[in-house]
Design a protein around this ligand. Structure first.
Ligand SMILES: NC(=O)c1ccc[n+]([C@@H]2O[C@H](COP(=O)([O-])OP(=O)(O)OC[C@H]3O[C@@H](n4cnc5c(N)ncnc54)[C@H](OP(=O)(O)O)[C@@H]3O)[C@@H](O)[C@H]2O)c1
Length: 320
């Protein structure tokens, strides 16, 4: 089978695709034939080592000083191709999707994963490409809107950067929770932002839309506290999905006045959170937008697109 690996903190051309034997599932494991996998902003950051200011040393301590000692690929959708001893929850041929997380290993034709781990049946309402695209932005948006910002019905939400993986999920989930959703996007993506559920859309290069907003989800951190404070309502929450070290420290240490909060952090990729996102989908609250779909052989090109931070929806590679 074909399997991708990173060779250095470098450009997309540093990705190598090897031929290796198909692994055998161990006891309690499922062998998955991967049909599609997302190529995310996170993949691009792990491969390049380019993370927000002040976080580079932490990244290298966590995943490798000289090269990324993680495998490419964060999530997958595919079919069960084999079962290890003792597995009863799945059958060969089942459509499944799941997450392996930042240690990676889905940019390959087959993978093994514990049957009681982060693997779920793929709902009939989702194809493999949507299944691949499902978790990255969706888990992040749900975590920040529901668990961290406690977005309530009737509140006014601004999603700044509304048409990529995280923003596209946030617009949909915000609408589903009963919020009034405003969005910013580049002009080419205004129609997509509206289709996802935004009531008003403006260009993020223009002046910020007039608030006040109860929750602002700042996807690329382009507004920051400085750009958001004038349009954030009393008791408002600013969620910085992308935050550098000074922004993280400011969020934790500085007073923001009028009961307002700045939220940073990551989102846990637990099976329970994955199941909640599936429930949101089944309640018609979230279906990931799939943008470009490329063959696995074009993984390097996919990384170059992901690294732009301007992709519409989610980018997926397919193993044919
Ligand atoms: N904290 C966490 O746990 C967490 C989890 C996932 C991702 N992230 C981070 O979140 C960021 C976004 O990830 P993603 O997967 O959603 O990326 P993406 O799919 O590439 O989407 C990026 C979005 O940001 C918009 N954008 C680009 N530059 C902007 C700017 N200067 N001001 C406002 N909007 C801008 C783009 O709009 P146009 O295309 O219209 O230009 C696009 O909608 C990345 O930095 C990623 O590392 C953090």
């Amino acid at each position: 089978m074909k399997l991708a690996r990173y060779t250095a903190y470098a450009g997309p051309e540093s990705i190598v695709i090897d031929d290796v034997p198909v692994p055998a599932p161990g006891p309690g494991e499922v062998l998955v034939r991967v049909r599609a996998a997302p190529v995310t902003a996170g993949d691009a950051r792990l491969r390049s080592g380019k993370v927000p200011r002040g976080l580079g040393a932490m990244l290298r301590l966590a995943i490798g000083l000289r090269r990324p000692r993680v495998a490419p690929g964060w999530a997958f959708a595919g079919e069960v191709a084999g079962l290890g001893a003792g597995v009863t929850a799945f059958r060969t041929g089942d459509r499944v999707f799941g997450v392996v997380g930042f240690k990676g290993g889905t940019h390959r034709e087959y993978l093994t994963i514990p049957a009681d781990g982060r693997i779920l049946p793929l709902p009939e309402t989702l194809g493999f490409n949507e299944g691949a695209a499902f978790f990255f932005g969706g888990l992040t948006a749900a975590e920040f809107l529901i668990d961290k910002a406690h977005l309530a019905c009737g509140e006014h939400l601004l999603v700044a950067g509304a048409t990529g993986s995280v923003g596209g999920a946030a617009v949909q989930i915000g609408r589903h929770l009963g919020a009034r959703v405003s969005a910013t996007a580049s002009p080419a993506n205004h129609a997509l932002a509206r289709a996802l559920g935004a009531e008003t859309v403006t260009d993020y290069r223009d002046a910020a839309p007039p608030g006040p907003f109860d929750v602002i989800l700042d996807v690329m951190g382009g507004l920051g506290w400085r750009g958001a404070k004038g349009i954030l309502a009393p008791k408002g929450r600013l969620a910085l999905i992308t935050a550098d070290l000074p922004a993280m420290l400011g969020a934790a240490l500085l007073p923001h006045g009028h009961g307002r909060r700045v939220i940073t952090g990551t989102s846990p990729e637990t099976r329970a959170k994955m199941e909640r996102l599936v429930s949101l989908h089944l309640a018609q609250g979230y279906t990931p937008a799939v943008g470009q779909v490329l063959p696995f052989a074009m993984l390097a090109e996919a990384h170059a697109i992901a690294e732009s931070f301007h992709k519409p929806g989610n980018l997926v590679v397919v193993m044919e």
